[in-house]
Design a protein around this ligand. Structure first.
Ligand code: SF4
Length: 275
């Protein structure tokens, strides 16, 4: 698509989202694929606001005390999804440690309103770790999303610097528990590279994810959103991404998206077709 058409389509999607008080990860995380996704009418919606109760050093979301979830949000989402004619929707949220069950009930409401009103819509949820609360996970899974995603983000050695307030084992456990609670719902995770991880550590994370039967994986390059964020320690080459993709496939992941600009929700629909 020509740049001028991409810009105008992007502008239109942004206008619609503003009018319905909806946020997208695409804008808030300054995703490098924003033009491509918006121009094709795709967006990853961020429910429950744009303020996070954690403080990952790579993330561009606001930190602080978030507002309560908007009870109208599921219906605003429905309007947006209908107007954009979407058939595959990704819903995520900031981590909401301030809410009961980490906001799982709001995830439930959003998934059900979409599924109950749009025949054949497919909904992927990208959830926080809910502080390891299995009941919260059960609430989300009971809404019957089509994919349950939780991002591992980085290697365990770097969690204390990159994912402050989160735990590697807890994130693995969320994916494992999801498989136990709803074996028929595919699980997905994402790794961002460039924080100073070692090659063997990346391979071990991929093995760990397969051990908990994670089905889909995305691997992308970290870009520093501002000078106040974690520095980029390494830029990976196309060859290195290809090598990682081959390794991930050899472990048995059903779908793998690997490359500098790949983000957890990038081409989520295409990746789900591998299931
Ligand atoms: S928990 Fe998620 S939304 Fe919150 S700061 Fe970390 S990456 Fe960003």
């Amino acid at each position: 698509m020509k740049p001028v058409l991409i810009l105008s389509a992007t502008h239109k999607v942004k206008g619609l989202l503003r009018s319905l008080s909806l946020n997208t990860v695409c804008e808030d995380s300054r995703c490098p694929n924003i033009g491509e996704c918006f121009s094709s009418g795709t967006a990853t919606f961020m429910i429950m606001g744009d303020t996070c109760t954690r403080a990952c050093t790579f993330c561009n979301l606001k930190r602080g005390k978030p507002a309560p979830p908007n009870p109208e949000e599921p219906y605003n989402l429905l309007q947006a999804v209908r107007k954009l004619g979407l058939k595959y929707v990704v819903l995520t949220s900031p981590t909401r440690d301030d809410l009961p069950y980490g906001g799982a009930e709001h995830f439930y409401a959003c998934v059900r309103v979409l599924k109950d009103n749009i025949p054949d819509i497919r909904v992927e949820v990208l959830v926080p770790d809910f502080k390891g609360n299995h009941q919260a996970l059960e609430i989300v899974l009971s809404a019957k999303p089509d994919v349950l995603a939780h991002n591992i983000e980085t290697v365990p050695r770097l969690y204390h610097r990159v994912r402050i307030g989160s735990k590697y084992e807890r994130s693995l456990e969320i994916l494992q528990e999801a498989k136990k609670l709803a074996p028929h719902i595919p699980t997905k995770s994402a790794l961002i590279l460039g924080f100073g991880e070692r090659w063997e550590e990346i391979l071990q994370v991929l093995r760990d994810l397969r051990k908990v039967q994670c089905d889909l994986i995305t691997i992308g390059q970290y870009y520093q959103p501002s000078r106040n964020h974690h520095p980029v320690v390494k830029h990976y080459t196309d060859e290195e991404f290809e090598e990682l993709e081959a390794f991930a496939r050899s472990l048995g992941f059903k779908g793998v998206a690997c490359g500098a600009h790949v983000r957890s929700s990038y081409r989520a629909f295409e990746l789900s077709l591998f299931l």
